[in-house]
Design a protein around this ligand. Sequence first.
Ligand SMILES: Nc1ncnc2c1ncn2[C@@H]1O[C@H](COP(=O)(O)OP(=O)(O)OP(=O)(O)O)[C@@H](O)[C@H]1O
Ligand SMILES: [Mg+2]
Length: 342
Amino acid sequence: MILVETLNSVRHQSSSSSQPELPAIEARNLVKTYRGDVRALDRLSFRVEAGAIFGLLGPNGAGKSTTVKILTTLSRPDSGEARVAGLDVLRDAERVRHAIGCIGQKSGVDSEATGRENLTLQGRVYGLRGTELKRRVAELLERFGLDQAADRVTRTYSGGMQRRLDVAMGLVHHPSVLFMDEPTTGLDPEARADMWKEIARLAREEGITILLTTHYLEEADRLAQRLAIVDRGRVVAEGSPEELKSELRGDTIHMELAQAEDASKAHSVLSRLEELRELVIDTRTLYARADRGATTVPIALATLESAGVKVASVTVARPSLDDVYLRYAGRSFREADQGGSR
Ligand SMILES: Nc1ncnc2c1ncn2[C@@H]1O[C@H](COP(=O)(O)OP(=O)(O)OP(=O)(O)O)[C@@H](O)[C@H]1O
Ligand SMILES: [Mg+2]
């Protein structure tokens, strides 16, 4: 009962614009070191307003899953504090577990049980019984397009169907805060688009606060109202996708060189041009920013040509989240993701 009151108060505050909003999730200076001296979290902090979709965006090993595990009470920080749905994750772990739904990076579905059995068991764990449980299971099976397949063992489900069942299981007890660790990794584009729609609907129509982690810049850009870019266990930038992008003045120029060996020569001649700033090389691609991309590109190309450097392609674009990441982490997202964060 106390739990329900807490949740209602979180929801109530979110709908009242005159009240200062109580954050649904708050992480303060979380530190976590694993054996072998891996500092997975290094004073990580952020907050999520009730009813929002918040993205934790970062490459492999950035600390996303470690953060989710701490916030969902599956792991303890070495230091720092966290509150979820108004409750302290260390002191009130049991109540936090009832207030949240959690969809882990790895599927929690029992592959030898049917979809209906998986959901029913999950509902029992949360204390649902009898007709209430039956009704909730049927409702979720239908909502997630699994009613036809409900009585098949989930080993026969496609990746997208298994992921939808994972989400349905996370929702069985009507949580107010939902954690989704990489909800769309491994899904094909169509299944990913369906999942995006469902995530947006949960926040919009049911007022559920959603924290999702993702490797996909596009996913964070499309779905999250606010996001934190995490790198090496720290938040390096936080804001709405638009805010983060608009902090980068001007245009982004990407120049792919014909030969990787020319990269350092290209960097050295281009760094003398005052029209270009924030020049970064990643193998054979040069990234730079300019106030006016369209007039700067010919100057840059002429400079490279007179240095004998051949260019394979050039693009000029408005800043993307990739550029935001590059700016704050000092390397491209692709490079960080392929190489791991450390
Ligand atoms: N149980 C563990 N024991 C030792 N080191 C761990 C453990 N779990 C995570 N780590 C390390 O902590 C760091 C952060 O890992 P974490 O899983 O939080 O990253 P992530 O951002 O979720 O990465 P990914 O995108 O690959 O899922 C990594 O260097 C990882 O190797
Ligand atoms: Mg992870």
